[in-house]
Ligand binder design. Structure first.
Ligand SMILES: O=C(O)CCC(=O)C(=O)O
Length: 294
């Protein structure tokens, strides 16, 4: 069962039909939301960031085995910075990187939208402000961004999850804006979602308990079986909007084709941000919405 999709409007507004589809499915596929040129510019910028990145500078973080503390800190501090995370399969048994760095990354996150001007411009496109407003986010704040590589052959599976697990507000307002920077489908590790699954309860929360990050189970309701997960087919330039409660996942990429994507997660500033969320921002760098920086 293929999920329905729509042609994006020029100014990002959502039609009544789109709003209805999102209310029913918990996701919304908008083809042609970003231009091919915008996607290519983001890919080129990421290639530059990787060129400048020296894996050796954080070598201890990536060694497998005993360095969990360093790895943890590198991740924990990524909420307000640009950090690089590798695919597990990019290392050999001795923990040595076996691929060129451009072919070895799983993702870069989690504040590209604030820390890099090209990513900021892509992420704070006024069109997206319009879409966010039409989704009912009255004060949309950009909480997190991730560039996701899904490299050919080694791109790992993303387990089925709900995004409010990671970015919790009261009431829950987390909304994912996921952009296909290359064609993404069921052959190269594309997304799958459970139509209507956003009416389920939140099952887990990933949050601080004292100094520890824990995955707490809140509700045991099983996730719909795999047969009910619809492929979210997304040609290059497509925006997939994901409700914070809709279970979604992506398959491993065993194909020869890469599958770059960029995701921005928003929350509503009118809701209460949980202080124990994994993602922490420095006090002098709070989350911002769509207002210009200067
Ligand atoms: O791109 C993927 O493979 C998964 C992305 C995802 O789960 C998300 O953006 O919430």
């Amino acid at each position: 069962m293929k999920a329905r999709s729509f042609q994006a409007t020029q100014d990002g507004h959502l039609t009544g039909e789109m709003i209805e589809a999102y209310a029913q499915d918990g996701f919304l596929i908008l083809e042609g939301y970003k231009s091919v040129e915008d996607c290519d510019a983001l890919r080129a910028r990421m290639a530059d960031l990787i060129d400048a990145f020296e894996p050796e500078s954080v070598a201890s973080v990536f060694e497998t085995g005993s360095q969990t503390h360093a790895r943890d800190a590198y991740f924990r501090e990524s909420g307000g910075s640009i950090r690089f995370f590798f695919e597990e399969k990019a290392f050999d048994d001795a923990g040595k990187l076996t691929k060129d760095k451009h072919q070895a990354l799983n993702k870069v996150g989690h504040a590209l939208h604030d820390e890099d001007p090209v990513f900021e411009a892509f992420s704070r496109d006024p069109k997206m402000a319009r879409t966010a407003r039409d989704l009912g986010l009255s004060n949309p704040l950009l909480a997190q961004s991730m560039y996701i590589f899904k490299p050919p052959h080694i791109g790992g599976e993303v387990n089925c999850h709900q995004d409010s697990t990671f970015l919790y507000t009261d009431p829950m307002t987390c909304t994912g804006f996921w952009f296909a920077l290359e064609d993404a489908d069921d052959t190269n590790g594309g997304l799958y979602g459970v139509p209507g699954g956003h009416t389920d309860p939140l099952r887990k929360r990933f949050h601080y308990q004292g100094d520890d990050l824990v995955m707490e189970t809140l509700d045991d309701t099983p996730i719909a079986p795999d047969e009910q997960h619809a492929p979210l087919i997304a040609p290059k330039g497509t925006l997939v909007i994901l409700h914070g409660l809709v279970p979604h996942k992506s398959a491993p990429n065993t194909s020869d084709k890469s599958r770059h994507a960029y995701a921005v997660h928003m929350v509503d500033g009118e809701a209460v941000w949980s202080a124990d969320n994994w993602l922490q921002r420095a006090e002098d760098k709070p989350m911002r919405g769509f207002e210009p920086t200067s």
